[in-house]
Design a protein. Structure first.
Length: 103
């Protein structure tokens, strides 16, 4: 179930990114309207806007800040990398304890 949810979130992120990149809406003077097509897309859009990746121009036009998007992606990947490394380390310790216990 968690895998399906992660896939939905990733797809929503890709669709948002594609919308802005395909319209070349990467500067304020090239802002375009955006209407989320589902709840997952709306939530991801709100998160990207709150993170400063997507900026609002006027009432209904938006643009994607490529530099902020890159930093946001790098931070996400760094968090994921450290989470996975921690998980591997914990699993290694558990295996070592189970393998080398006396008895």
């Amino acid at each position: 179930m968690a895998t399906a949810a992660a896939a939905v979130v990733a797809k929503a992120r890709r669709q948002i990114q594609h919308h802005f990149f395909s319209a070349d809406a990467v500067r304020a003077d090239r802002a375009v309207p955006f209407a989320p097509s589902n709840h997952a897309e709306a939530r991801q859009f709100e998160k990207l806007e709150a993170a400063g990746v997507i900026h609002r121009v006027g009432g209904d036009r938006f643009w994607l800040d490529v530099a902020a998007y890159d930093l946001h992606l790098r931070a996400r990947h760094t968090r994921l990398k450290w989470t996975l490394l921690t998980l591997v380390a914990v699993l290694a310790v558990i295996i070592m304890v189970l393998e080398y216990r006396p008895g």
